[in-house]
Design a protein around this ligand. Structure first.
Ligand SMILES: *[C@@H]1O[C@H](CO)[C@@H](O)[C@H](O)[C@H]1NC(C)=O
Ligand SMILES: *[C@@H]1O[C@H](CO)[C@@H](O)[C@H](O)[C@H]1NC(C)=O
Ligand SMILES: *[C@@H]1O[C@H](CO)[C@@H](O)[C@H](O)[C@H]1NC(C)=O
Ligand SMILES: *[C@@H]1O[C@H](CO)[C@@H](O)[C@H](O)[C@H]1NC(C)=O
Ligand SMILES: *[C@@H]1O[C@H](CO)[C@@H](O)[C@H](O)[C@H]1NC(C)=O
Ligand SMILES: *[C@@H]1O[C@H](CO)[C@@H](O)[C@H](O)[C@H]1NC(C)=O
Ligand SMILES: *[C@@H]1O[C@H](CO)[C@@H](O)[C@H](O)[C@H]1NC(C)=O
Ligand SMILES: *[C@@H]1O[C@H](CO)[C@@H](O)[C@H](O)[C@H]1NC(C)=O
Length: 432
C-alpha cells in the first residue's frame, strides 16, 4: 500500500542498534521493579510474565486488583476454559505465614467470548478480615501448600493521585507490526489532544518499532506490557470463533483491554480504548480535555462515551503540500496527513464505536461497549467527534467521489509536524 521505503539511514541505524541492545527493553522499568521487588512473605514465586498458567493448564492469571468499589473484594483477571474451570480458591498471603486461608472464588466469565473455548474471567475473592494481603495465589484445590504457588501482587491497594488525564489503551500489537510513521504520528496526536500515557500490550512488532517503543518508554509516554499469549493458548486472528481449534480470539484483545482499565483505574481520569490506527478527533473542541469537560457537564450520569468509527482508506491519497515533512520519507509506514477522505456509513450495518471511559465506572468491558458498569453510556454524535480510523478500505468499490472529504486532521498540521520532527530528531540523535 502506501509504505514508503527509502529508509536506508533510519533502517540501518535501527538494525545495528537493535542488535547491540539487549532483548530486555520491553519489560518497562516499572514492571521490572514489581517483578524483582520484595518477595511475598509466604515465599511463593512471583510471576515471570504478564500471563501465568496454573498447573491445571486451563487457567491463566493476568493480575490481581483490589476493587475498592464493592466492599472487601479482590478481583483477579484470568483467562479460563469456559466449561472446565468450575472451582478456584484464593490463598491470601497475610502478615504471617500461619495466617493463610483458602477462600472459594467466584468465577464470572465475561459474556463476550465470541464462541471461543477460552475467555476472560473475573475471579473474585473476599479478603479475610484482619488481613491486608499484599499478595494472593490461586489454585483449583483448597488444600495446597501456599509456598508452592505463584504469588500475585495485589494492585490498586492505595488509589493515590491521578498522574494522567487520559491514558490510551491499545489492545494488542502483533504480527511484526511495522507502521512506524503512522504510530509516531498517532502518539504525537494523542499528546496534542491531551493524553499523558499510552499502554501497548506487545505481542510482536518489527525491529524498528521496538526501537520506537523503547524511545517512548524512556521518554515516559508509552508503557509496554509484554503479551506473549501464543505461548500459552492457540490464538486466533479472528474476533469470532471460526471453529478451527483455536482457543482465544484476536490475540486476547478483551483480556488486554480489561487489564488496562484496571491498571489505570486510579492513575488516570479517563481511559481511551482504541486501536493503534485510530484517533478520536474532536470537531467542536481542540483537545480531549475541553471536549470531555463539556460532555461530562452535559451528561453527569454518564461514565462511558461512545464515538463513531469512520474509515479513512489508505488507497485514496491526497497531498496537503505541507512544508518540513521531507524527513518523513525515510520512515517506513503510512503518513496520516495524506488521508482526508472517509467512507460513508453502510446502511443496515453495525457501524462500530470506540470509547472514552471513566475507568472507575467500568466493571467489565468489551471492544465497542462495556459489559458491566456503574454509570450510563452515551453515544457522542458525529458533530462532536469521530474515530479517525486510517487503514485499508472496507468499501474498496467506492470511487473517490463517493467518499466524504474531511480535513480535520489537517487542522493539527502545525503542531503535529513540529512534534513529529522533534521526535525524529531526538530519536536519530540518541546514542545507541
Ligand atoms: C517462567 O517460568 C516458567 C517455569 O519456571 C518457565 O517454564 C517459563 O519459560 C518462564 N517464562 C518466561 C517468560 O521466562
Ligand atoms: C511443594 O514443592 C516441593 C518442592 O519444591 C515438593 O517437594 C512438594 O511435594 C510440593 N508440595 C505440594 C503439596 O505440591
Ligand atoms: C489535566 O488537565 C488539567 C486541566 O484540564 C491540567 O491542569 C492538568 O495539568 C492535566 N494533568 C496532567 C497530568 O497533565
Ligand atoms: C516477533 O516475531 C519474530 C519472529 O518470530 C521474532 O524474531 C521477534 O523477536 C518478535 N518480536 C517481538 C517484539 O516480540
Ligand atoms: C517485519 O517487518 C519489517 C519491516 O516491514 C521487515 O523488514 C521484516 O522482514 C519483517 N520481519 C518478518 C519476520 O516478517
Ligand atoms: C506548495 O506550496 C508552495 C509554497 O509552500 C507553493 O509555492 C506551491 O505552489 C504549492 N504547490 C501546490 C501544488 O499547491
Ligand atoms: C520549517 O522548519 C524550519 C526550521 O525548523 C522553521 O524555521 C520553519 O518555520 C518551518 N516552516 C513551517 C511552515 O512550519
Ligand atoms: C495548517 O494549520 C493551520 C493552523 O494551525 C491552518 O491555518 C492551515 O490552514 C492548515 N493547513 C492546511 C493545509 O489545512
Amino acid at each position: 500500500m502506501c509504505h514508503v521505503r527509502k529508509s536506508h539511514l533510519f533502517g540501518g541505524i535501527c538494525l545495528i542498534a537493535c542488535f547491540i541492545l539487549s532483548f530486555n527493553f520491553y519489560w518497562p522499568r516499572r514492571y521490572q521493579l514489581t517483578r524483582l521487588g520484595s518477595p511475598p512473605i509466604c515465599g511463593g514465586q512471583v510471576p515471570n510474565d504478564t500471563i501465568t498458567p496454573l498447573n491445571d493448564q486451563r487457567t491463566f492469571i493476568i493480575s490481581a486488583y483490589k476493587d475498592n468499589r464493592e466492599g472487601n473484594i479482590i478481583r483477579i483477571l484470568g483467562i479460563v476454559h469456559h466449561k472446565e474451570v468450575k472451582e478456584l480458591y484464593c490463598y491470601f498471603c497475610c502478615n504471617s505465614n500461619t495466617n493463610v486461608y483458602p477462600t472459594r472464588a467466584g468465577i464470572d466469565i465475561h459474556q463476550d467470548r465470541f464462541g471461543f473455548p477460552y475467555g476472560l474471567a473475573d475471579i473474585i475473592c473476599t479478603e479475610p478480615p484482619d488481613c491486608r494481603a499484599e499478595f494472593v495465589s490461586v489454585h483449583w484445590s483448597p488444600s495446597e501448600v501456599v509456598h508452592n504457588l505463584t504469588s500475585f501482587r495485589i494492585r490498586n491497594r492505595d488509589p493515590g493521585q491521578f498522574t494522567a488525564n487520559f491514558t490510551v489503551c491499545f489492545s494488542a500489537m502483533y504480527r511484526n507490526y511495522s507502521n512506524v510513521l503512522q504510530f509516531i504520528q498517532t502518539i504525537e496526536m494523542y499528546n496534542i489532544l491531551g493524553a499523558q500515557k499510552v499502554m501497548v500490550y506487545l505481542n510482536n512488532c518489527s525491529r524498528q518499532m521496538e526501537e520506537v517503543l523503547r524511545y517512548y518508554t524512556e521518554e515516559g509516554t508509552v508503557e509496554v506490557i509484554p503479551w506473549h499469549i501464543q505461548q500459552y493458548l492457540k490464538v486466533s486472528h479472528n474476533w469470532q470463533y471460526p471453529n478451527d481449534g483455536t482457543e482465544i480470539g484476536y490475540y486476547g484483545q478483551l483480556s488486554a483491554l480489561n487489564d488496562c482499565i484496571y491498571r489505570n483505574m486510579y492513575s488516570s481520569k479517563f481511559v481511551v480504548l482504541n486501536d493503534q490506527d485510530e484517533i478520536i478527533l474532536p470537531f467542536k473542541h481542540r483537545t480531549w480535555d475541553t471536549m470531555m469537560e463539556s460532555l461530562q457537564r452535559e451528561n453527569p450520569n454518564v461514565g462511558i462515551f461512545l464515538f463513531e468509527n469512520h474509515v479513512f482508506p489508505q488507497t485514496v491519497v491526497s497531498d496537503g503540500n505541507f512544508t518540513n515533512t521531507s524527513t518523513w520519507n525515510r520512515v517506513p509506514g503510512s503518513n496520516l496527513l495524506q488521508y482526508i477522505h472517509r467512507e460513508p456509513d453502510r446502511p443496515n450495518y453495525f457501524n462500530i464505536r470506540k470509547m472514552i471511559v471513566d475507568p472507575r465506572a467500568v466493571i467489565q468491558t468489551s471492544v465497542h461497549s462495556t459489559l458491566k458498569q456503574y454509570k450510563n453510556s452515551k453515544y457522542v454524535p458525529l458533530e462532536t467527534a469521530l474515530v479517525h480510523h486510517c487503514r485499508g478500505p472496507l468499501q474498496p468499490q467506492l470511487p473517490r467521489e463517493a467518499l466524504i472529504e474531511d480535513k480535520t486532521i489537517w487542522s493539527y498540521n502545525g503542531s503535529l509536524i513540529l512534534k513529529v520532527n522533534q521526535m525524529l530528531k531526538q530519536f536519530s540523535e540518541k546514542p545507541r
